[in-house]
Design a protein around this ligand. Sequence first.
Ligand code: SF4
Length: 527
Amino acid sequence: MAEGLLTKIFYLTARTTTRKAAEDTFSLLVENGIAIKTVTITAKEKICFQENTICAKEQCEYSDGYYDRVNGAVLDVLSNENIIDRETIERYARKHRLCPFEYSLDLASISDAIICDYNYVFDPRVSLKRLMEEQKRRTVLLVDEAHNLVERARSMFSAELVKSVYLQLKRTYKDRDNEIFTLSKKLNQYFIDLKKRCESEKANRFTDVPRELIGLLKQFTDSTEEYLLSQSGESDQELLEAYFAAQNFTRIADLYDERFTVYTEISRNEVLIKIFCLDPSHLLTKIAKGFRSRIHFSATLNPLSYYVDMLGGEENDYSISIASPFSPEQTEVYIKQISTRFRDRESSKNEIIAMIRSLLSGRKGNYLVFFPSYQYMNMIYEDILLDSKFQTIIQTPAMTDEERDAFLAAFKRENDSVFVGFAVMGGIFSEGIDLKGDRLNGVIVVGVGMPQIGFERDIIKEYFVRQGKNGFDYAYVYPGMNKVLQSGGRLIRSEEDHGLIVLTDDRFLNKKYQAMLPENWRNFTII
Ligand code: SF4
């Protein structure tokens, strides 16, 4: 940047919690004399000042007169702040009575560094296209925790619709708006016919997006848009959501090629159709084209060739592996030779419980035990509870920010007894959390983290087999091992940390899995 080759940095993160690391780093640079302005973008629904996010100026005082006040607010913040994080945005937005989200976007267009979610660059629904086009060539993309981008991109480039939405709209708009009623009726009928066709042909996969559906959806979005614009006051949430879903589906349909598939899921009262992106690499490359460069980084890009392939890299792209800054002596590594395969879970349960008890009795401190699924975790947890020697806490699905903070706060320093947290791999506690020092003394990983065998995973597998690759590894093994490495990576967060890692599965002794373990986990003891 100092040499004038770059004017902008996008620091892209997978989750809110990891933005702090970027903000802290820029703060350090500022303290050491760099002249830079950074802004953090927080999702609209999170940062919105209103209880209901209805942005019409009649409904929101922060939207009404926004453009009269924004210039003063931009000058104010730029004259006083360098690191414009969420709290700073909120403070100045309140002071100048501005929508905090729009304000952050306006600041982004003139800041040197933007810290935001992946989707502001890669997601066709929300990307800041206009903002980026002008400065692309002099902008670098820094993709943090890039291993997450594979699955995130897959979901950004996929779209689905369900029949029940149109049935409901047909009922609601019968006496309200004839055009929306008629189109909802046609869409509902389309799904009924689709169901019959799938049942009679005994098929649920298509090689192309049904053009008839796209035609209907385009008519639906045009009419809905006209209707919504003609309405003053509160918009109908149901219709708005259907509008965005239809718009997204048609947008993704335009991207469709051999790297996608279309499938349906049919139950008694519901029909779902999904355009599913199998391989996001091509689109990631296409979107990133034109930027000065993009740099992906993560502690767990292993095997590197898989991530280079999936993130749209090429053979000759630069890659740098940096050795762990921590010494192997900081970690005692154990491998428990036992099967955690789905079919063996019931029979190996008691041995795993006995192992956890014997490993932790006689020790003190805080431990995390990670499982591949809630179901498996709950099965073991219920029996561990019978042992009153340990204090425990357990992760539940969809925890609020407060519940998440309480879970982490329970890991206290200088704990003289044994405290055990139960969590799932790939969840909010297996990545992006820092329990430094003796707040975490050990991690037990149960299983190799593989996603459950399922329909979508199997189509991914088939696709990569057709490409001449190891489909099973691409669909199951590599994503699974990434979760293992991330979970285990919670243990050592500084040069002062020490602790134990227990890898519980016989597959960790296989050559293939061994090759994916970090250097400092390779000196292990089999138990
Ligand atoms: S304009 Fe901003 S503050 Fe107002 S409702 Fe929309 S997002 Fe919320």
